[in-house]
Design a protein around this ligand. Structure first.
Ligand code: NAD
Length: 329
C-alpha cells in the first residue's frame, strides 16, 4: 500500500475524483488514500485555501492526487496551484498528450510538454505604475537549467528524439535570451537528441499545421501553459490531458483543466484527464502496470466511443464512462 494525499478540489473536482478512485480500486491499485481539503471549498469551510493540515499531509506523504481548484479571475486570493508549486518547489510541470484513433481531431500527435512551473510571470509580482500596471517576468539561469535538463533527461530515458525550446527571445532578449542560451549549453551535452528552437507564435502555427513533427517541448511557464492547452485541443480537449507537478521530494498529479464551473454538478464531467494523471502517479509510485491496464482500457473506450461524455461528442455521463472503463479493464 502506498500512502497518497487526495484533494477533490472545487467545481467538477468531487465528481471526477469519485470516478477516479473507483477505477483505481477496480484496477487493483494498492493505495491508502488520505483525503484533505484545498481550494475554495476549504476556504469556505475552514477559512483557509490551503489548510495547515493539508500542507502537513503533503510534506508527510510526498505524493498527492489533486482535483482542480477555482481561482477568482482578476481579484481575490492568489492561485492555490501557484502557491503549491512554489511551496514545494515543484519546478516541472509534465503534460503528455497523444491522439486517439477516430476521436482526436489530429492523428499522430504524441507530444510531451515540459513546462517550467515556478518562475516567469507566475511569480505574480504586479505593480501599479502611472496609468496602469506592470508585471514582472522572472527567468533565472538555475530555473532554466533544471527544467531544460529535465526535458533532455526525459527524452533520453523515454526514447524520444527531439527537444524543442519555446521562446520569444527576438523581443525579450535578456530573459528569454537567457533561456535559449542555457538551452544551447544543455543541448550540447545530449548529442543524440535533436535540439530545436521555435518562437512561441510560430510554434502555435506549427503545432496546428504539423503536430507530428514535435516530440518533447520545453518552455518557460506562460508559453508552456498556453501551448499545452493548444495541444489538448489537438487530441480531443481538456477532458483528456493529464499533468504532473514534480519537485525533488514532492509530486502532485492533476489534470490540465480547471474546475469547469459551467458543467459542475451536472454529472457530465469527463474524468479521463484526472484518471490519466492518476496513471502518471501510479508510474511514479512503482505501480505502472496498474496504470498501463487503465490506459489500455481508456484507449479502448475512447477509440470505440463507448459512453463518452459530451466534451467528446457523446451522450455519456461521468458515471457511465466510469463503468465502461471498469468493464474494459
Ligand atoms: N489545475 C487547476 O486547478 C486549474 C487549472 C486551470 C484553471 N483552473 C481554474 O478553474 C476555473 C475555471 O477555469 P476555466 O473555465 O478557464 O477552465 P476550465 O478548464 O475549468 O474549463 C474550460 C472549458 O473546458 C471544459 N472542461 C474542462 N474540464 C473538463 C472535463 N473534465 N470534462 C468536460 N469538460 C471540461 C469546461 O466545461 C469549459 O468549457 C478558474 O477558477 C481557473 O482559475 C484551475
Amino acid at each position: 500500500m502506498t500512502d497518497v494525499v487526495l484533494f477533490e478540489g472545487d467545481g467538477i473536482g468531487p465528481e471526477i475524483t469519485k470516478a477516479v478512485v473507483e477505477i483505481l480500486e477496480a484496477a487493483g491499485a494498492q493505495i491508502k488514500w488520505h483525503p484533505y481539503m484545498i481550494g475554495q471549498n476549504a476556504y469556505e469551510k475552514l477559512g483557509e485555501l490551503i489548510p495547515a493540515e493539508s500542507k502537513e499531509a503533503i510534506s508527510k506523504y510526498k505524493v498527492a492526487l489533486k482535483g482542480p481548484v477555482t481561482t477568482p479571475l482578476g481579484k481575490g486570493f492568489k492561485s492555490v496551484n501557484v502557491q503549491l508549486r512554489l511551496a514545494y518547489d515543484l519546478y516541472t510541470n509534465l503534460r503528455p498528450a497523444s491522439s486517439y484513433k477516430g476521436l482526436s481531431r489530429f492523428q499522430n500527435v504524441d507530444i510531451v510538454t515540459v513546462r517550467e512551473n515556478t518562475e516567469d510571470l507566475y511569480i505574480g509580482e504586479e505593480h501599479e505604475i502611472e496609468g496602469g500596471y506592470e508585471a514582472i517576468k522572472r527567468i533565472t539561469e538555475k530555473g532554466s537549467e533544471r527544467i531544460i535538463r529535465y526535458a533532455f533527461e526525459y527524452a533520453k530515458t523515454h526514447g524520444r528524439k527531439k527537444v524543442t525550446a519555446i521562446h520569444k527571445s527576438n523581443i525579450l532578449k535578456n530573459s528569454d535570451g537567457l533561456f535559449i542560451k542555457v538551452f544551447d549549453k544543455v543541448a550540447a551535452e545530449y548529442p543524440t537528441i535533436e535540439a530545436d528552437k521555435k518562437i512561441v507564435d510560430n510554434m502555435c502555427m506549427q503545432l496546428v499545421m504539423y503536430p507530428e513533427k514535435y516530440d518533447v517541448l520545453v518552455a518557460p511557464n506562460l508559453y508552456g501553459d498556453i501551448i499545452s492547452d493548444l495541444i489538448a485541443g489537438l487530441v480531443g480537449g481538456l477532458g483528456l490531458v493529464p499533468g504532473a507537478n514534480l519537485g525533488k521530494d514532492v509530486a502532485i498529479f492533476e489534470a490540465v483543466h480547471g474546475s469547469a464551473p459551467d458543467i459542475a454538478g451536472k454529472g457530465v464531467a469527463d474524468p479521463i484527464a484526472m484518471l490519466m494523471s492518476a496513471c502518471m502517479m501510479l508510474d511514479h509510485i512503482g505501480q505502472g502496470e496498474v496504470g498501463d491496464k487503465i490506459r489500455a482500457s481508456i484507449r479502448k473506450v475512447l477509440e470505440n466511443k463507448i459512453d463518452v461524455t459530451p466534451d467528446l461528442g457523446g451522450t455519456g455521463t461521468t458515471e457511465s464512462i466510469t463503468k465502461a472503463i471498469i468493464r474494459n479493464l
